[in-house]
Design a binder for this molecule. Structure first.
Ligand code: KG4
Ligand code: ZN
Length: 360
């Protein structure tokens, strides 16, 4: 069974080819450089770029294995959620192909696909239900309880920004590039290196724990809501305070020093990740599950993985995140793997006009 999967929900044009559950080819054209200039994605610009490159990406996927379009058995495509103009490009191409080839099209939920990125390159039996999953990216920040593959309950979500969005906005405050998450986590790592610790923080060879610079916003600790807007304001105030201090000292410099940027990145990342990790573990405790999953591009954050890992080890729980960082980002492999399991287990096709649809 060959599945051709499309993902164009935001700023990546990604197409993947599956032979059953095996990913055989994937090509992705990222628009990051294009959106760098505007410090974020402009939907119309993204959609135009998807349209410009989608057939080249499709060509690359098919050519890699000399597969003909006629060999494909199923088409899968992200239908929601996402930026509507971007989604429409993928949906139009995918549904046109499905009509022309007279093969079924499987509509895919982007968030569900992020969760299923954990099944890529893993044996199905490795992931034991019931489980809880934290989906965290630029547009989403939720905790899910899944009794099995097809029944998921949302336990909570962000009341304002998603964590990734907060990373991006804090990066912008410090004049860093888009997307901010990978840059902030790198800067935070650099700050953490022993050499960059001021000697006053060390006593008899031991590092003295520094008081956190920013608040941890847990909201109701036993519930699963998130809020990052207060934290963002605290970061803004800290940046303004430090710049003011520079000016009081007579400096002409209106930007933070690299040390300040590293320290703020470290402190901000700790404030976000402690809350994310705490809530995921609290969900596992309340739901009495043994398996915890992480998904979405923020799941590529090493510090977040480390924080969750430390806690699950103490409790003998199983924690999994996508096997490769590539699978944390928006990608068509996660669309294809979810489509594979839908075909394997759901097999509910229905027709709209001349297009055969699969129930999602
Ligand atoms: O999954 P994604 O492309 O967006 C949605 O589907 O909504 O996630 C993008 C977000 C960006 O906000 C980016 O800053 C963040 O993921 N991100 C990270 C890291 N890598 C990407 N955030 C924190 N740490 C990272 N290493
Ligand atoms: Zn995504």
């Amino acid at each position: 069974m060959k599945i051709l999967a499309f993902e164009t929900s935001c700023d990546d044009t990604s197409i993947a080819l599956f032979e059953n559950e095996k990913l055989v080819s994937m090509h992705t054209k990222s628009q990051i450089k294009l959106h760098n200039k505007t410090w974020g994605v402009v939907p119309e610009v993204a959609s135009r770029e998807h349209a410009n490159v989608i057939f080249d990406v499709l060509d690359d996927v098919l050519k890699e294995w000399w597969v003909m379009l006629q060999d494909i058995d199923y088409i899968a495509v992200t239908t929601h959620p996402g930026l509507v103009p971007s989604l429409l490009t993928g949906i139009t191409v995918a549904s046109t192909l499905s009509q022309a080839l007279q093969i079924p099209i499987i509509p895919i939920d982007h968030i569900e696909a992020h969760i299923f990125s954990n099944w890529l390159e893993r044996d199905e039996s490795e992931i034991v239900f019931p489980l809880v999953c934290l989906t965290v990216s630029g547009g989403h920040n939720e905790i899910w309880y899944m009794q099995d593959m097809w029944s998921k309950e949302k336990l909570g979500q962000t009341q304002d920004d998603a964590a990734g969005e907060a990373y991006d906005k804090v990066a912008k405050m410090m004049w860093l590039e888009y997307p901010g998450g990978p840059i902030i986590s790198k800067l935070a790592e650099e700050y953490n290196k022993p050499l960059s610790h001021p000697s006053s923080q060390r006593k008899k060879g031991k590092t003295i724990e520094k008081k956190p610079l920013f608040p941890r916003v847990f909201l109701e600790k036993s519930e699963f809501g998130f809020s990052f807007s207060g934290l963002k304001s605290a970061v803004r105030r800290e940046i303004e305070k430090r710049i003011q201090l520079l000016s009081n000292l007579g400096s002409q410099e209106s930007r933070l020093s690299i040390h300040d940027v590293q320290e703020i990145s470290y402190e901000f990342q700790a404030a976000v990740n402690e809350v994310l990790a705490f809530k995921l573990l609290e969900a596992a405790r309340q739901k009495e599950v043994q398996t915890l999953l992480l998904a979405g591009w923020v799941s590529a954050n090493d510090d977040l993985n480390e924080k969750i890992h430390q806690e699950v080890q103490k409790l003998w729980l199983k924690f999994l995140a996508p096997k490769k960082k590539l699978y944390c980002m928006d990608n068509a492999a996660m669309i294809g793997i979810l489509a594979y399991y839908k075909v394997k287990y759901l097999k509910r096709a229905y027709k709209i006009g001349s297009v055969t649809l699969w129930e999602s």
